[in-house]
Design a protein around this ligand. Structure first.
Ligand SMILES: [Zn+2]
Length: 275
C-alpha cells in the first residue's frame, strides 16, 4: 500500500436528513413492463411492495453530480463510435466530484466514495423512529394528502403534452405520469469522513442541492416538471466512537439556516472545517 492510501482514517459520518418538496409535478421514470394493462405511458417508478412512488437515491445523486461537474467545468467532451458528440462523467479519481460521488471500478485512483444517498420515500410512510407505518396508521403527510386529494390508491396525475405538427397544426398527444406538486419525499444522505479535509468537501453536497433546485429532477424538466426544494434540514454528526464505544451523536446547530444555499453560504460557520 502506498503512503497515500495509508493516510485514510475513518473518523465518522454526517447524516443529512432533508425533505424534498415537489414544487411542480415530478416524473422519475419507471418501467411499464408487466404492470397494469391499459396503464399510462411513461409511468413513474414505484415501490413494488407498497405501490407508492419514490425517488431513487441514484437519480438525485446522478443529477447533483452532473450539475457539479458543469459548475466545475470538468464535463468531458468526446464522440461516440458514430461520430456523435458526447459529454461523459468525470472519472479522474482525484477531483472533488470523483472523491465525493465515486468513480468507476476501472479508475486508477482508488478513493472510498464519501457520499451515499438513500431512496426517498413519501413523507408519512415512516414514523419518527424510522419504522414503516401500516396504511391505516398513516394519517398525515404526503400519503394522507394523496388519499384526500386524489382518492384511494391514486398517487399520481397524468400529464398530457402535445407535439404540434407545424404544417397541419395537428396535435400529437403523449402522456406522462407525474407525482403531483406539493408531494414531499424524505431523503437521507450519509457522508463519510476518511481524511482531514473531507469535512470541507461536504460543502459541495449543499452546492449540488442548490444547483438541483434551479435545475430539475427527473424527466420533462425543460417542459415544467421536476422543480424541487430541499427543506427541513437535520444534520447529525456521528464520530467513529458512536459505533465503537457508545459515543454520543451530536446535531449540527444550523442557526436558522434551512436551505441548501444558506447552509452552503455559511458552511464555515456551521461546520468545524479543517486546514
Ligand atoms: Zn474527477
Amino acid at each position: 500500500m502506498s503512503e497515500k492510501q495509508n493516510s485514510y482514517q475513518f473518523s465518522g459520518k454526517y447524516i443529512i436528513k432533508v425533505d424534498i418538496r415537489c414544487i411542480t409535478g415530478l416524473h422519475v421514470g419507471g418501467t411499464d413492463e408487466g404492470f397494469e394493462i391499459g396503464g399510462i405511458d411513461n409511468p413513474v417508478i414505484k415501490d413494488p411492495i407498497t405501490g407508492f412512488p419514490y425517488i431513487p437515491g441514484s437519480s438525485l445523486k446522478g443529477k447533483m453530480r452532473s450539475l457539479l461537474e458543469w459548475a466545475d467545468s470538468i464535463v468531458k467532451f468526446g464522440t461516440d463510435k458514430n461520430g456523435n458528440p458526447t459529454g461523459s462523467l468525470c472519472d479522474c479519481g482525484t477531483c472533488d466530484v470523483c472523491i465525493i460521488f465515486g468513480c468507476s471500478a476501472k479508475t486508477a485512483a482508488k478513493e472510498p466514495t464519501r457520499l451515499t444517498i438513500r431512496d426517498a420515500f413519501p413523507k408519512g410512510l415512516f414514523d419518527n423512529k424510522g419504522k414503516r407505518r401500516n396504511e391505516d396508521e398513516i394519517t398525515d403527510g404526503t400519503i394522507a394528502d394523496w388519499r384526500h386529494n386524489l382518492g384511494e390508491k391514486v398517487y399520481t396525475e397524468a400529464k398530457t403534452e402535445n407535439a404540434i405538427d407545424r404544417l397541419t397544426s395537428a396535435a400529437n398527444p403523449r402522456t406522462m405520469e407525474r407525482v403531483p406538486a406539493d408531494s414531499v419525499f424524505e431523503v437521507e444522505m450519509i457522508y463519510d469522513l476518511y481524511k482531514n479535509d473531507d469535512v470541507n468537501k461536504l460543502k459541495r453536497v449543499f452546492e449540488g442541492m442548490a444547483l438541483v433546485e434551479d435545475s430539475s429532477l427527473g424527466g420533462g424538466g425543460s417542459r415544467g416538471s421536476g422543480k424541487v426544494k430541499f427543506e427541513n434540514f437535520c444534520i447529525i454528526k456521528r464520530d467513529v466512537t458512536f459505533y465503537t464505544t457508545e459515543g454520543k451523536e451530536t446535531e449540527v446547530e444550523l442557526n436558522g439556516k434551512n436551505t441548501a444555499k444558506e447552509i452552503s453560504d455559511n458552511f464555515n460557520k456551521l461546520f468545524v472545517t479543517r486546514a
